[in-house]
Design a protein around this ligand. Structure first.
Ligand code: AHR
Length: 506
């Protein structure tokens, strides 16, 4: 048995729990949109063609914000193709995913879908094949109230009220050589700065996100952020971070340590942004938008799109439809712990993606929708994290990993909501074979009783949910949880994610 201990104090606050932490991502890619959230012929579809069964799962997942329409897709996208009467919309090639885009779903449908589900849209601009004028046109169409050519066009399309999109990503992964219209950092930074300043002339209060690196493994990581922020510091609010992890070659120990790498990534970007601010003598703090994160078995999929012949352009093909196991869910739960722990800087985050494509929700065309394993820690955290994130002092044994060096076996964070009188501890045990006893001294929170305790752990960490067995991996009641005089003791099984909600009011 391993042992770890932690303490937290209600006055030692990292930052508020940002609702945008529980964002997701809908890209025109594979079956995320078509037969994912949108399938007019589906038995549960509403009058707009939105799948009702998927909408119910999205509500249950607790998604607050959704980034759209890409991803790599956006860098070749013409937003005008997706508006107006559907029979007039053109079919186009999508070079990013080598498929055909029918444009039957566009920004007006997306805005309607978001409004119906109470989701805040996060829009991405095409800075790959397009630039300033198209960005301003899209902004006018989306947000201007009325009385101009493009706002009146929106009204003529059945949307008299402005969509009022507040948050805009200035392109996507422009550091990536795979990106349509990929740019070097200086050129991209200047272009993003021009677009941002012009957008602010239309609406000063927009929230603008400049592209950071596509991941900490990029050769340009660090210098990219430095250069891009040097060109845009005055004009943007956020810089983006993207990362995906997977288990490589059966090295489960390294994979379970992914969130430790995510912690370092976040700290490095925050430090780089602050260094640029210091150099520019600008006291403003740039926020971090972690607008793509997840587990993704990328190495299994490289061939999928590349192998398609030049004359093969499928519509909504099955691409990167990863089947997630219990260990993947533990890593996803741990990545949420990392995001919460950085609530002073990470103020928005999007799990990529929402349906079918590396997603918590899977669907069959004309058939059912079900929850993947990674659905559970996301939904539970989104529904329980509230109030403030507390500084959590953790004393844990460590273990060595091939990919991420020495990391703590345990990881944990606590959120505390003084108004509701609740606190929730989220914890993982990264050990592959040994249970861990976590002792938490929470006397300053005056916890009164355990309201609920849930655990995700399977004897087989590779167990998955399927259409025929959709609840094979789920949250279960956590046993071995004790609270005595403000001291909580929890036995965490190997390869597990646990959440314990305490009532702090009698
Ligand atoms: O989410 C899948 C892809 O991953 C996105 O299109 C791209 O931005 C990233 O590389």
């Amino acid at each position: 048995m391993l042992h770890a201990s932690l303490t937290a104090h209600p006055d030692h606050v990292v930052g508020p729990v940002h609702r945008r932490t529980f964002g997701s991502f809908v890209e025109h890619m594979g079956r995320c949109v078509y037969t994912g959230i949108y399938e007019p012929d589906h038995p549960t579809a509403d009058a707009d063609g939105f799948r009702g069964d998927v909408a119910d799962l999205v509500r249950e997942l607790g998604v607050t914000t959704v980034r759209y329409p890409g991803g790599n897709f956006v860098s070749g996208y013409r937003w005008e193709d997706g508006i107006g009467p559907k029979e007039n919309r053109p079919v186009r090639r999508d070079l990013a995913w080598h498929s055909l885009e029918t444009n039957q779903f566009g920004l007006d449908e997306f805005a309607t879908w978001c409004r119906r589900l109470g989701i805040e849209p996060m829009m991405a601009l095409n800075l790959g094949t397009r630039g300033l004028q198209e960005a301003l046109d899209l902004l006018e169409y989306s947000n201007h109230p009325s009385g101009t050519h493009l706002s009146d066009l929106r009204a003529a399309h059945g949307h008299p009220e402005p969509h009022d999109f507040r948050m805009w990503c200035l392109g996507n992964e422009m550091d990536g050589p795979w990106q349509v219209g990929h740019l070097d950092a200086r050129t991209y930074g200047r272009e993003a700065g021009r677009v941002a300043r012009a957008m602010r002339m239309a609406d000063r209060d927009l929230e603008l996100v400049v592209c950071g690196s596509s991941g900490p493994g990029m050769a340009t990581f660090g210098s990219w952020e430095d250069t891009v922020l040097e060109e845009t510091y005055d004009a943007v609010d956020h810089i983006s971070l993207h990362v995906y992890y997977q288990e490589h070659d059966g090295d489960l120990g390294s994979f379970l340590a992914s969130a430790a790498d995510m912690d370092r990534f976040i700290d490095s970007v925050a430090a780089t942004a602050d260094a640029v601010g210091a150099r520019l003598r600008d006291p403003k703090k740039i926020q971090l938008s972690f607008d793509e994160w997840n587990v993704w078995y990328q190495s299994d999929h490289h061939a999928e799109v590349a192998a398609r012949s030049d004359d093969d352009w499928p519509v909504a093909p099955r691409v990167i439809e990863d089947r997630y196991n219990a260990a993947d869910a533990v890593v996803v739960g741990n990545m949420l712990i990392s995001l919460l722990r950085h609530s002073d800087r990470v103020t928005a985050a999007c799990q990529a993606q929402l349906a079918n494509v590396i997603a918590p929700i899977m669907t069959e065309p004309g058939g059912p929708a079900w929850r993947q394993s990674i659905f559970h820690p996301f939904a539970h955290t989104a529904s329980t994290a509230a109030g403030n994130v507390l500084h959590t002092e953790l004393d844990s044994p460590v273990y060595g990993t091939a990919r991420h060096g020495e990391v703590p076996v345990a990881d944990a964070v606590i959120t505390h909501d003084p108004e509701q009188g609740t606190a929730t501890l989220y914890a993982v045990n990264r050990s592959v074979g040994t249970p861990l006893t976590l002792s938490a001294d929470l006397r300053t929170l005056a916890p009164f009783s355990v309201a609920q305790a849930r655990v995700l752990a399977e004897d087989d960490p590779y167990a998955v949910n399927t259409m025929d067995d959709p609840d094979r991996v789920a949250l279960r009641e956590a046993e071995d949880i004790e609270l005595e005089h403000g001291r909580l003791t929890a036995v965490l099984p190997p390869v597990s994610w646990t959440a314990v909600t305490l009532t702090t009011a009698p």
